[in-house]
Design a protein around this ligand. Structure first.
Ligand code: C2O
Length: 543
């Protein structure tokens, strides 16, 4: 492979959306950010320079970062933030991966505007396991706020209440014609008849899973989270924040009209408010002859916002292309992690806007994770001097088991801490991620850094350790980095801890991340030379 250099200058830029001009953080003045493109086997060096007053850090979502955990990026987990005027070069190689991933800021809510595609092409002279597409097009879904997103989250954290919701969804940064004065800001995909297009879809929205459809067209899904899947046909896509999905779109040879709508709207089962709007874009045919047909555009209806059955049906179709896939057949360590909301008491002399006057929190196994503030976990771990920054007692299962998905149980209180799980090198791990109905059942897109995992099982209700493992797929389960844990249900994942470092695992809803739905794995070095995390690069930021 070769080395590819990308300068990332974090700078302010004015953009106008929904009739309002706003100053946003961008990489190199672009919104959304430009793609980082590389081939499997290449080394990528991204030199970030911070020209704004916010602290920043960047994550290469889905990149395995084998022995390069220092380049992973979550603030206070693998690095201190890059401060104003500072630079840091993220340096990693791409091993054993090809497909669509993405990059985004990983501190506070800055990823709202700091994000872009990360496209890994197969090795030279290696083709896709599907016919070569005529063209490849990134489709980034986002969420637009008229307000400053940093103000939105700091207000929510101050009052303990839920944050204000977004004002629009976007496709490649554009809200489209269904919003006020946005008709000129509509994404148009220009296509020729009878051709195949590879759509590289990324959900970069902060807090919403989305349904996506192109009227009168169907898709062939070929890849998820940069892993090939057994192709399947669908007319609807479900994509959670953090996830990426590659689909083939075969255009019609004789379309009945020159333009068709594409549209995305939210899937939401939680409590409280959400942005229940629809972003539309246009699929525009370039036809050799002039068609007089200006058939009025019609959006085929998207599923209702709470259509959990559509989501379950869609996610059940994913299978690894490889059969058998390399899924661990035996497990060294088993975990059961509840994922859900909770609350912290309101400080004295304050009124709070969370549930029953409390402050919203979110947790795994009733532990709400607190980020360190003066040093990154990975630095602490590597130096061998913990100084009380973290503990290694993150519970392997809920301390007091309860009816997770029953009527709201009386245990909404969380405890706060920086708790981790330590795994010896090469441990095979199974984690059952169990949604809870504490403050309402809700789907949670759980993301693991530094690994892909196999989704060996999913179901509704409480996971049953006596019956459910018999139904696990240990042959060709889908391999991903982000899984939508079913609303009121569970998902079981397996991975082999073969990458030493400190690896974040969290809900990819930004508000849940802010509320503490996160934890970290510490994977120890192995015995052999190629199994040890090298020392930190000299330019690693300090706090
Ligand atoms: Cu895409 Cu830790 O996140």
């Amino acid at each position: 492979g070769i080395t590819r250099h990308y300068p990332f200058n974090v700078q302010l830029h004015n953009v106008t959306r929904l009739c309002k001009t706003k100053t946003i953080l961008t990489v190199n003045g672009k919104f959304p950010g430009a793609p980082v493109v590389a081939r499997e086997g290449d080394r990528v060096v991204i030199n970030v320079t911070n020209h704004v007053s916010n602290n920043v850090s960047f994550h290469w979502h889905g990149i395995r970062q084998l022995l390069s955990g220092w380049a992973d990026g979550p603030a206070y987990v693998t690095q201190c933030p890059i401060q104003t005027g500072q630079s840091y070069a993220y340096n990693f190689s791409i091993t054993g991966q090809r497909g669509t991933l993405w990059w985004h800021a990983h501190i506070s809510w800055l990823r709202a505007t700091l994000h872009g595609p990360l496209i890994i092409l197969p090795f030279k002279n290696t083709s896709y396991p599907f016919p070569k597409p005529h063209k490849e097009v990134p489709i980034i879904f986002g969420e637009w706020f008229n307000a400053d997103t940093e103000a939105v989250i700091s207000q929510a954290l101050k009052t303990g209440g839920g944050p204000n919701v977004s004002d629009a969804y976007t496709i490649n940064g554009l809200p489209g014609p269904l919003y006020n004065c946005s008709a000129n800001e509509t994404f148009k995909l220009r296509v020729r008849p009878g051709k195949t297009y590879l759509l590289r879809m990324i959900n970069a929205a902060l807090n919403d899973e989305l349904f996506f459809k192109i009227s009168n067209h169907t898709f062939t899904v070929v890849e998820a989270d940069a892993v090939y899947v057994k192709p399947f046909e669908t007319d609807i896509i479900v994509i959670a924040p953090g996830q990426t999905t590659n689909v083939l779109l075969k255009t019609k040879t004789n379309p009945s009209a020159t333009t068709f709508y594409m549209a995305a709207s939210p899937y939401f089962t939680g409590q409280g408010t959400f942005d229940n709007t629809t972003v539309a874009g246009i699929l525009q045919y370039k036809l050799p002859h002039k068609t007089s047909s200006t058939t009025p555009l019609k959006i085929q209806p998207l599923p209702p916002f709470n259509a959990t059955s559509v989501v379950a049906n869609f996610s059940s179709k994913f299978r690894s292309l490889a059969s058998p896939a390399n899924v661990p057949q035996t497990v060294d360590k088993k975990f059961l992690f509840t994922v859900g909301l909770g609350s912290n008491p309101c400080p004295k002399n304050k009124t709070c806007q969370g549930p029953n006057g409390s402050m919203f929190a979110a947790s795994m196994n009733n532990v709400s994770f607190t980020n360190p503030t003066t040093v990154a976990l990975l630095q602490t771990y590597f130096s061998g001097r913990n100084n009380g920054v973290y503990t290694t007692d993150f519970p392997a299962s809920p301390l007091v088991p309860f009816n997770y998905t029953g009527m709201p149980p009386n245990n909404t209180r969380v405890s706060n801490g920086t708790k981790t799980v330590v795994l010896p090198f090469n441990t095979t791990v199974e984690v059952v991620l169990q949604d809870t109905s504490i403050l309402g059942a809700e789907s949670h897109p759980l993301h693991l850094h530094g690994y892909n995992f196999y989704v060996v099982g999913q179901g509704f209700g409480n996971f049953d350790p006596r019956k459910d493992p018999a139904k696990f797929n240990l042959v060709d389960p889908v391999e991903r980095n982000t899984i939508g844990v079913p609303s009121g249900g569970w998902a079981a994942i397996r991975f082999r801890a073969d990458n030493p470092g400190v690896w974040f695992m969290h809900c990819h809803f930004e508000v849940h991340l802010s509320w503490g739905l996160k934890m970290a794995w510490i994977v120890l070095d192995g015995e052999l030379p190629g199994q040890k995390l090298p020392p930190p690069p000299a330019d690693l930021p300090t706090c």
